[in-house]
Design a protein around this ligand. Structure first.
Ligand code: PLP
Length: 466
């Protein structure tokens, strides 16, 4: 391990006491924390270590983000060197690591892009909305194009605008109302088609719904469409192959910008550097975060195609510059670490590895888990995989919430961290897997074996109940 990971009950006790007395945690009920807190003190590859000495295979890579794996001490050196050189200066100026990172991103996109740097996926999407709005103000003077079309059950972040763009009722509800500039359409969640159709006879009606929505709203009022190529949070919804090319064609037909959220899909997760590259589409605006730096420091970017970038150029008096700033945008230390993170990804061919290891994991999961009646669907791409749990495959009724939580708990008790989809009443029954891209074959075998036992346990509990 890269740190001293000797169990130390005294340190653990102190951290828990200090934390519970002072910290307000995201998303978890503090009562649950009191009962089963994790105090993660170390990590290596795909494994994390708790202060009590317990190790876990982290099949979620933190929050879908530690793509190159834990314990890369080389990145600490990069950060230290950059801090000694220059730790910070605002990005209204220039710095070497941010320029290098923007060049890397441009190269990975095949050229023709510029990057605007922020600190999180939410900010990257938020900046995307604002860049889209400012762009259309420049390009369509006199028109009032401001709406974003997005999908129900999408997750695009936690700020008010990204929540409004998202479509997860349970995440949004407590902060309502929102302004009405985000228009929602059905998502390509084929296992539970919101239109009650079946692929391929559906003719991908969910993509068509975007055109209907643009026409219904009035094309002169729509600035952009936002899509996450494979919808992660809702249970790894892989769209039919026609879907994204159809969405792109619709955007082009009405001069609407295509905003692609690669916050989870990006940086090798799906077996290509970016998720949208599976379908050959070309974003006008792309949000990247998480894997850009494998979460070693906070940095994210809104990457825009040059026709968008050029709209922000002009004489000083034209005032076409991007009208926003983030104090930490383009932070040289975070950027230097991101640059090295991407180099490591390329040197170790981690996107290709995600494709092959993902296929191995997917095959193993399918071969093993379908023997349980509660395994409804196993789907995904690369190392982004969902296992949808149902009472039976015929009815596709969602498995009871308590049993799904029980699967997650069973895995943890057996040394494996897995995730669970959001999506409130309709889609919260999928076990999510998004391990570090360095996961080994034998770790994949462990994951399959523990999930096999977890599903058997849920089946037994269900039978006991019945
Ligand atoms: C698809 C997607 N977009 C945006 C975000 C927001 O990123 P962040 O939590 O870094 O703000 C997330 C977070 O999980 C996400 O899954």
């Amino acid at each position: 391990m890269s740190q001293t990971n000797q169990p130390d009950p005294e340190i653990r006790r102190k951290v828990v006491e200090q934390d519970l007395a002072n910290v307000l945690h995201p998303l978890v009920q503090h009562k649950a924390l009191e009962e089963k807190q994790m105090v993660v003190t170390g990590g290596q590859g795909s494994t994390i270590v708790d202060a009590d000495g317990t190790t876990y295979l982290d099949a979620m890579a933190g929050l879908w983000c530690v793509n190159i794996g834990y314990g890369r001490t080389e990145l600490a050196q990069v950060a230290a060197e950059q801090m000694q050189q220059i730790a910070y200066y605002p990005h209204t100026g220039m710095n070497l690591p941010a320029a290098q990172l923007a060049e890397q991103l441009n190269t990975l996109m095949g050229g023709g892009y510029h990057s605007y740097f922020v600190n999180s996926g939410s900010e990257a999407n938020e900046a995307g909305f604002k860049i889209a709005r400012q762009y259309v103000k420049h390009e369509y003077p006199g028109e009032f194009r401001f709406k974003t079309i997005s999908r129900y059950y999408a997750y695009h972040g936690t700020t008010l605008a990204t929540l409004a763009a998202g479509g997860m009722g349970d995440r949004k509800g407590k902060f309502e109302p929102y302004a009405g500039e985000f228009v929602h359409v059905p998502a390509p969640t084929c296992y539970r088609c919101p239109l009650g159709l079946e692929y391929p006879s559906c003719k991908v009606a969910c993509a068509q719904a975007i055109e209907n929505s643009i026409l219904g709203e009035g094309p002169q009022s729509v600035a952009e469409v936002i899509v996450e190529p494979i919808m992660s949070g809702v249970g790894i919804a892989v769209p039919p192959d026609e879907y994204l090319p159809m969405v792109e064609a619709i955007c082009r037909r009405y001069d609407v910008l295509l905003h692609v959220d690669e916050v989870i899909n990006g940086f090798g997760r799906t077996g290509k550097m970016f998720g949208h590259q599976h379908w050959g589409i070309s974003p006008d605006i792309m949000a990247v975060a998480k894997g850009i730096v494998s979460a070693y420091l906070p940095i994210a970017a809104t990457v825009v195609k040059n026709h968008v970038f050029e709209s922000f150029l002009g004489e000083v008096a034209d005032a076409r510059q991007v009208m926003q700033v983030n104090t930490y945008g383009g932070h040289p230390v975070a950027a230097a670490v991101a640059v090295r993170n991407i180099e490591i990804m390329l040197e170790e061919e981690l996107p290709q590895r995600a494709a092959t290891m993902g296929a191995y994991l997917m095959d193993g999961l399918k071969a093993t888990l379908f023997k349980h009646a509660i395994c409804g669907d196993v789907r995904g791409k690369g190392l982004l995989i969902g296992i949808e749990l149902v009472t039976d495959r015929e009815s596709k009724t969602q498995l009871e919430g308590g049993l799904i939580a029980g699967v997650v708990e069973f895995c943890k008790a057996n040394g494996v961290i897995v995730g669970r989809s959001g999506g409130g009443l309709r889609h919260s029954n999928t076990i999510a897997l998004s391990p570090p891209l360095v996961i080994t074959r034998s770790e994949c075998d462990t994951l399959i074996e523990v999930l096999d036992r977890a599903l058997a346990d849920a089946v037994a509990k269900r039978a006991g109940r019945g």
